[in-house]
Design a protein around this ligand. Structure first.
Ligand code: FAD
Length: 583
């Protein structure tokens, strides 16, 4: 045997050993199959890691919204999202002009921004004045990644947005519309840190609405989730993680009595869900306080389905529409499957109080209000879908929305790994929390942190921001029905607000029908009704079909990830079909 041949054999052997050694060393578990977890799993797998993704529910995609064909920003505003859209060759179509700017529904009358300027100049002018004041404030934040750069900015974290708005002397309608905008995108103004609102305004300063709604992702965000799912080798659905145990050699992740082992973990679940996972060693006091205390916005979505677009007779409604009547942002869906849909976002305290209603009651109440404006509504109504993110135990809120004092305490806390666990999820992003972009960015960041950890890099422990302790904020109590018809009580009677609460439904409030309300509407049985029982059923706009039936029960008490059977690649389901488990 020649020396060259021996050398070649040796190299091959070395190569094989090093590959297998590498593979042996590079195992990761991703917990949470929302877009952040899917991204982390995809990125790690692409870098040669053996990845197992564990998802509590039977379906993947997490909070990706109900809309079946979302508008997305261009690559200037959402670069990471656009990068994946292009990687997976997903279809988009340019947004028509009329959806690219917000419009308004004031006392039932539809106004485009241009209409408002001519027909309601006082309101239009007040909105402009408010935007300028807000933008000036945002400009005082040099670096949105470091918003607590001065004592003035620290002070902003101690007040809520409602208090700040009170000082702007806005006319009633303008204030109602502004409240509606803020509660739709974040949370009730009275529960939101003014610094957080200013920081987010800084992030989006100079970004036009036109850039934010530049094109349509055909099929919506579930299509993006499905594209990731198709690439992933090992996915286990119906696998709610109950415990994570770290030691010097690795991490054990428990799903009931089954244990999975790996070198590193990406924890991509919202804070309320993280609260239910037992961590060993335990998290420190600051992390525990953040889990319990960080405010999440409330935003529930109701899709009302009609045979024909009942609103067409009065106005063309589409895109983001802010109403002064408490109906929240309206979003007219394209009639992809025939008929016409309107997605109504109930946000902030309106959504909180609505938790006292059952699904049908809630749909009825909203339909009654729409019918008041559009008398064909009841006759054309065919059914509804509801998603309640804040009472869903695997979500516990719509998205992160820092309350007063919370930036000072928890800023960038989840950006740093703790030993072998890196964190992902929209709530861990500094610039774009509460968005798809934020979720995707954090998935990428967590994947690269796991690589760094494997390479021996250590991360500094998180430090609290240096602001003063959160000031006490007192309570604002709104009457839901007065809010629903006339905007929040906070429009009329500025009162101090209570400290932001965790996602707990308020005490049930009786649901009196308004005096002039039409008879309760009996929704005919829709073809595929999707009731909001998030923990049990697949979401309405079902993400990708899950992997083959989970093997959690059969799995041995210690089921090393490396030996875990590769789940079948989940088939892609149409966005609105109910997902059933593969056999
Ligand atoms: C009503 C609404 C409208 C929105 N509209 C937009 C929009 O127009 N544009 C935009 O960019 N963004 C929007 N967003 C935000 C966007 O949807 C989210 O930021 C994003 O989907 C969050 O992804 P994530 O991976 O961080 O979390 P999630 O999607 O919540 O994923 C977390 C996953 O973890 C799972 N999980 C929880 N606990 C466990 C456990 N113990 N074990 C295993 N798995 C667990 C959950 O089931 C879930 O699948 C909207 C959100 C809502 C609620």
């Amino acid at each position: 045997m020649s020396v060259g041949w021996l050398r070649a054999c040796a190299l091959v052997m070395l190569g094989l050993f090093s590959v297998s050694a590498l593979a042996k060393d590079k195992t990761a578990i991703v917990i949470g199959g929302g877009l952040s977890g899917l991204t982390a799993a995809y990125e790690l797998q692409n870098k040669g890691w053996q990845v197992t993704l564990l998802e509590a529910r039977s379906s993947l995609g997490g909070r990706s919204g109900m809309a079946t064909s979302e508008w997305i920003g261009n690559d200037k505003t959402q670069p990471v999202l656009n990068q994946y859209v292009s990687t997976f060759k997903l279809s988009t179509t340019p947004a028509p002009e009329f959806v690219r700017t917000p419009s308004y529904l004031i006392d039932g009358e539809y106004f485009s921004a241009a209409d408002l300027a001519t027909k309601q100049p006082a309101t239009a002018e007040a909105l402009k004045r408010f935007e300028k004041t807000r933008d000036d404030l945002a400009r005082s934040i040099d670096d949105p990644q470091n918003p607590i750069a001065s004592s003035t900015l620290q002070a902003l974290d101690q007040i809520n947005v409602s208090n700040w708005l009170d000082k702007q002397n806005l006319p009633a309608t303008a204030r109602q519309l502004i409240n509606q905008d803020i509660r739709t995108h974040y949370d009730e103004p009275s529960r939101l840190s003014m610094l957080y609102y200013a920081q987010q305004s800084r992030v989006y300063r100079g970004v036009s609405d036109r850039d934010l709604r530049a094109s349509r992702l055909v099929g919506g965000s579930p299509v993006l989730a499905q594209a990731f799912v198709k690439q992933l080798k090992t996915i286990k659905t119906d696998s709610p993680v109950s415990a994570i145990i770290q030691d010097k050699d690795g991490v054990t992740v428990k799903v009931g009595s089954v244990g999975y082992q790996a070198d590193y973990v990406v924890l991509a679940v919202p804070l309320r869900a993280l609260n239910k996972i037992q961590m060993t060693p335990a998290l420190d006091a600051q992390h525990l306080a953040a889990i319990k205390g960080t405010n999440y916005g409330w935003r529930d979505q109701i899709m009302l389905k009609f045979k024909t677009p009942v609103w067409e007779t009065k106005a063309r409604m589409t895109g983001e529409i802010y109403s002064n009547t408490g109906l929240g942002m309206l979003w007219i869906e394209p009639a992809l499957k025939g008929g016409a849909n309107v997605v109504i976002n109930l946000s902030g305290d309106n959504a909180r109080v609505m938790q006292a209603f059952g699904d049908k009651q809630m749909a009825d109440q909203v339909l009654i209000r729409l019918h008041a404006f559009y008398p064909q509504a009841r006759g054309s109504f065919t059914g509804y879908e509801i998603r309640r993110y804040s009472t869903d135990p695997s979500t516990g809120g719509a998205y992160l929305a820092f309350g007063p004092g919370q930036i000072s305490k928890f800023w960038r806390l989840w950006e740093r790994p703790i030993q072998r666990v890196a964190f992902a999820g929209e709530h861990t992003d500094t610039l774009y929390p509460g968005t798809l972009e934020g979720a995707l960015r954090t998935g990428k960041r967590a994947a690269s942190q796991v690589e760094d950890l494997a390479a021996g890099k250590s991360f500094e422990p998180a430090k609290a921001a240096t602001a003063a302790a959160a000031g006490a904020v007192a309570a604002k109590k709104g009457n839901f029905f007065s809010n629903l018809f006339g905007g929040s009580a906070d429009e009329k009677k500025p009162e101090p607000v209570k400290a932001p609460e965790p996602a707990v439904a308020p005490a049930p409030t009786p649901a009196p029908a308004p005096a002039a309300a039409p008879a309760p509407v009996e929704p005919p049985k829709p073809a595929a009704p999707v009731k909001a029982e998030p923990a049990k059923k697949a979401p309405a706009k079902a993400p990708a079909k899950p992997a083959a039936k989970t093997e959690t029960k059969k799995a041995p008490a210690k089921a090393p990830v490396k030996k875990a059977e590769t789940a079948k690649k989940p088939a892609v389901k149409p966005a609105t079909e109910t997902v059933t488990k593969a056999q």
